[in-house]
Write a new protein. Structure first.
Length: 463
């Protein structure tokens, strides 16, 4: 074989010298992203475990468990200590907690909420860093995943023509359409993250009023958004006192003026089966959705308070409770007649409207049917029976919680145990399985259900 001339050999070496560094640069960027991602998964899990462990002895049991679940969730199960401690909490129950305070102090709650909010901010910043690393490594799918998680964690978004920014960082121009899909407009054109995605209807003239506790969006005219925000804020401390805690991210409330838009939004959230109703708590987008069309203000307020109480409960302790408990809890805050609101002061604890009570007293459900009942199915198949179910759930919880009630302390202990161990919960962002909570109620009260039913029905007639 004839030897190649020197110029050809030099040209070959030069070509190789150019090709190898280019290939290595891509590999290095990929390796750097993968390394930093693994490090961040562990760091995220660790900071949430650390906070949960630090408050173990302060009486903030549900908050500590929430942090352990959050650690497993955000570390994608890669932090072995997070999974271990959560399993210990659920295995040992009360024995894990060195001390249980019935009512945590306000300073300890305030300190925790401040620290927890700071951790959520750290999580957001980490996603921004990973998105930028993924962008450099040309991992476009990973990049958009990180940007989307950052948005869900509360990142600020800006859109100006074809330029999109998240937390001040410019998103590549080729993803301008993607970022527009993730946003809607409020207050005359300001971009906001749209948690329901690109299938959600984009309504004109949406007004937003919000703070760190509640963010209200509505296309109702005038100062409706401000008034709804005031109503939601008035409910916040009442829920916080009842539950010994509060969410560390703002509750979302979207009130629609037209049913067509409300139902289109439900479809975008995957709730085609709930189209016949007027209100819904969507845990996935962390919003309360309400249709105001055809409602008088008092009924709209009832729906807002009812659904927000569901969201507040989930945000502070995302345990899936049986429907009879969940609806009874929500009706105690937003049932017809159970509250008064004069535009400034919210008072709860009232008795449900006489018309609904009389319908319930005339045909109460058997206890076994009530405990197994599905609110959604009952409303869809027999609306009147569904309304009686809601009223009876409210009445049963009110009966359990009577100050001198024979079962009050056991009921509160069962509730606290569920909210402390979070059975059936694997995520703080998705509704879990209510089966474990229902089973624990049966274990605690199963032998007494006949006596409970008899005493409850006698009491019900006195309302």
């Amino acid at each position: 074989m004839r030897a190649l001339p020197l110029p050809f050999l030099l040209a070959g070496f030069l070509a190789l010298a150019v090709a190898v560094p280019a290939q290595n640069a891509g590999d290095l960027l990929l390796a750097e992203y993968q390394k930093r991602r693994e490090e961040e998964l562990l760091a995220t899990g660790q900071r949430h475990v650390d906070l949960g462990w630090a408050i173990r002895d302060t009486g903030l049991i549900q908050q500590a468990t929430w942090q352990f679940v959050r650690a497993v969730e955000l570390s994608e199960g890669k932090h072995p200590g997070a999974s271990l401690v959560l399993n210990i909490v659920r295995t040992y129950g009360e024995a894990f907690w060195r001390k249980r305070k019935k009512t945590p102090s306000k300073p300890s709650l305030q300190s925790y909420e401040k620290k927890a909010a700071a951790l959520e901010r750290d999580d957001l910043k980490a996603q921004v860093k990973l998105a930028k690393l993924a962008q450099k490594a040309k991992l476009n799918g990973r990049m958009t995943e990180h940007w989307l998680l950052a948005l869900r964690l509360g990142a600020k978004v800006e859109v100006d023509g074809d330029v999109g920014k998240i937390e001040g960082e410019v998103v590549p121009v080729e993803f301008a359409a993607w970022i527009k899909d993730q946003t809607s407009t409020v207050n005359g054109g300001k971009a906001r993250f749209e948690p329901a995605g690109n299938k959600a209807p984009r309504l004109p003239n949406v007004t937003e009023v919000g703070n760190a506790q509640v963010v209200v969006r509505t296309d109702l005219p005038g100062d409706a958004a401000q008034k709804l925000h005031e109503l939601a804020l008035a409910e916040w401390p009442l829920l916080q006192e009842r539950l010994d805690g509060a969410p560390v991210r703002p509750l979302g409330l979207f009130v629609f003026s037209k049913r067509a838009d409300y139902e289109a939004y439900l479809r975008a959230c995957g709730h085609d089966g709930a189209l016949g109703g007027k209100g819904l708590c969507d845990y996935g987008t962390f919003q309360t959705l309400v249709c105001a069309e055809g409602l008088i203000p008092e009924d709209m307020h009832a729906l807002v308070l009812h659904e927000l109480s569901h969201l507040f409960f989930f945000g502070s302790s995302p345990v899936a409770m049986p429907d009879w408990y969940a609806e009874g809890f929500a009706e105690s805050f937003g049932g017809q007649g159970t509250f008064t609101w004069d535009g400034k002061k919210l008072v709860i604890g009232g008795v449900m409207w006489r018309q609904r009570l009389e319908a319930l007293q005339a045909a109460p459900m058997a206890m076994r049917d009530l405990l197994a009942g599905s609110a959604e199915q009952l409303l869809l198949t027999n609306h009147d029976q569904g309304l009686r179910f809601y009223a009876q759930c409210w009445a049963l919880q009110r009966w359990f919680l009577q100050p001198s009630g024979a079962y009050r302390e056991r009921f509160l202990a069962w509730e606290a145990q569920c909210r402390g161990a979070l059975p059936g919960v694997q995520s703080t962002a998705r509704f879990g399985d209510p089966g474990p909570a229902a089973a624990s109620f049966q274990k605690e009260f199963g032998k007494d259900l006949a006596a409970i039913e008899t005493a409850f029905l006698v009491w019900l007639k006195t309302l």
